[in-house]
Design a binder for this molecule. Sequence first.
Ligand code: 6PG
Length: 235
Amino acid sequence: MTDTPQTCRWQVYATTEALQADAVKIISAAAESAISARGEFHIVLGGGNTPRAVYESLAGIRTDWSAWHIYFGDERCLPPNDPERNSSMALQAWLRHVNIPHMQIYMIPAELGAIRAAQEYAKLLEGVGDFDLVLLGLGEDGHTASLFPGQDWGVAAAAPAVLAVHDAPKPPPERVSLSAWRLSRARQVLFLVAGAGKRDAVKKWRAGDAIPARAITPKSGVEVLADSAAAGEDR
Ligand code: 6PG
């Protein structure tokens, strides 16, 4: 576990829809402030199902898409167009519907296998500074990106920026994940957490248990948007 304490701001919503609507607002605001300050917006996308509706809504916002740079927090080692890839979900829900320059969508080449893909993506990230925004999810066991309990999370700055993940408990077993320290190099980190299935993980998180999600420690702290089902606060 990292010795950098995590600052965590919790936001609980009565409905998943309210959470998703606010997530879109936060992402759009982060984009506009980055673009006006630096002319570019560098965002890391989360995988799984929870962000899909948010991505679908983002396809409809007004912004300068030519300034967006898209990275992936983790990927599943599956063939390029496999619908189960996190990149396929993001493309289908959002990216193929907007004019982000193709060269600014940085896919993880997970089809190369975990080890080679991790090396390739680490090389790509060498030229990249702090991300403007990192989106993350939470698994039922407390995992985030593809950082799983009992495995290496890459907390120390000496760790690789990108990890090859084997024997992941969530299929598929072969994955690639940005490490905890690299995900923490961000101006803003936003967790999207929905559904009663996440209740135990949220309880452990709030109790201070050493779960992977707590290893994400950007200077600015993290924001967790959770619906009442996940937060155990049925409203
Ligand atoms: C993946 C994700 C993973 C995901 C959580 C939550 O590849 O599966 O990156 O970390 O965010 O497992 O998944 P759901 O949103 O589908 O519950």
